[in-house]
Design a protein around this ligand. Sequence first.
Ligand code: MF3
Ligand code: CO
Ligand code: CO
Length: 252
Amino acid sequence: MPPRVTERELPHFRLAGSCAAATLAAVASKLRAGVTTADIDGWVREDTAARGARPSQLGYQGFPAAVCTSRNEVVCHGIPSAAVTLADGDIINVDVTSELGGWHGDTSATFFIGTPSPETRHVVEAARRALEAGISVVRHGAHLGDIGAAIEAVARATGCGVVQEWGGHGIGRRMHLPPHVAHVGRRGTGLKLKQGMAFTIEPMLTLGAPHTRVLEDGWTVVTCDGRWSAQFEHTVVVTSTGCEVLTRLPTP
Ligand code: MF3
Ligand code: CO
Ligand code: CO
């Protein structure tokens, strides 16, 4: 049974979630053509430190950077590099995980650099909708399979693929905890959700086939067919009537 967050712990967990969200927003405001993904890594290190937090991903199972930066056909776990410069028309997923006060918040979004092609816009908006659809079915008493089914329905309606090799995960006092949160599934199946369970939902949608492979660096996940992929991620806690999204910034 995955750990459940208590009422007493929740305020601390909330702070970690807001911290990751704020860092992601700070980075987002600086993205434009000419920026390298190593620049993004530097900004994440500085902003995270300024908030008194630590980048959870740095050194995680040997991961060499503070943030994952996944451009175009990179599905997830892209390693920041001074050799990767963002250009007009690109998309870039920035995945920030921050540890604050012993709690972890994990969130990502895919951003347009300059003007996207219509099909690029399509897959990004589909992935955004897929995450919101997944979040919308979370409540005490629902099943893990409901989340995958909701995401799959968006994929079907938009003609996009859903990556199955990678999924969401429990989160709290560690970045990765059980359960595994699949982005495909059948309603009414899988683990029954209980108030206080915390996990990420992070669907990866593709324009082409959803099959992926890992590059020689042991981290970078790309689509096999080279077509582009988009991802969004939030950290959520199950409540009696729905869920609280810990990594959503209040709209100013
Ligand atoms: N933030 C990523 C996730 O959503 C974690 C990737 S592990 C890393 O699960 F080591 F690549 F950073
Ligand atoms: Co995650
Ligand atoms: Co993440």
